[in-house]
Design a protein around this ligand. Structure first.
Ligand code: HEC
Length: 177
């Protein structure tokens, strides 16, 4: 009888233990990439303002380096053409002039939704400020993994130059590189 009780307890413990491990594994994508398996009802309407972009700079050595370093991280989480809302980051397609937090169906953080509602638009200037230190610009947002704090203004300039080329309507950059 005692032996039976023991195995029953052991079974409960095992189930509890493995459930915890399983739960922990399910949360890894969140802690690692900020991916959340639920959807939000709060949605900011997609809207654009007219922005005049500065001319695209010819590709140089530094840009080629940034393409393989920082920009590779951007692409790790973001697609640059229309994508699926379940990717780790929202699609950056036609990002310039776009109101923040407006990719339909993407699960944005509250800070991002608030910024969108407060009419933050993405321009060369605001993206530059954002990627200098994303957590300082919008504290508590979910873009927190990888080398995304770019303190060198010349490297940020190259990221923005790449964004202009890759996120434009009909761009084939992602296919060529
Ligand atoms: C680890 C994944 C990850 C990486 C790497 C990353 N981002 Fe993000 N990014 C996100 C997430 C998640 C959001 C939405 C944040 C939120 O809702 O709090 C976001 C939001 C943005 C937005 C605002 C989009 C919108 O719809 O309002 C821009 C612009 C952006 N990222 C640019 C970049 C650039 C440029 C890089 C590379 C330097 C980069 N991101 C690297 C995950 C990432």
């Amino acid at each position: 009888m005692e032996h039976l009780n023991y195995s029953k307890n052991a079974k409960t413990l095992h189930v509890a233990f493995f459930s915890l491990i399983l739960l922990g594994c399910c949360l890894v994508p969140y802690f690692w990439f900020g991916v959340v398996p639920i959807k939000s009802d709060r949605q900011v309407e997609t809207e654009y303002i007219d922005v005049t972009l500065s001319p695209i700079m010819p590709e140089d050595e530094l840009e080629r380096d940034v393409l393989l370093e920082e920009f590779r991280w951007c692409r790790y989480c973001h697609v640059m053409q229309p994508g699926h809302p379940d990717e780790p980051g929202p699609s950056l397609y036609k990002i310039f002039g776009r109101r923040a937090a407006t990719v339909p169906g993407f699960y944005y953080s509250d800070v991002f939704l608030q910024a969108g509602e407060d009419k933050l638009y993405w321009t060369e200037q605001t993206i530059d400020e954002f990627i200098t230190d994303p957590q300082k610009y919008l504290p508590g947002n979910r873009m927190f993994h990888g080398p995304i704090f770019i303190d060198d203004p010349e490297r940020r300039k190259r990221v923005i130059n790449l964004l202009k080329k890759w996120t434009a309507e009909g761009s084939t950059y992602g296919k060529k590189h």
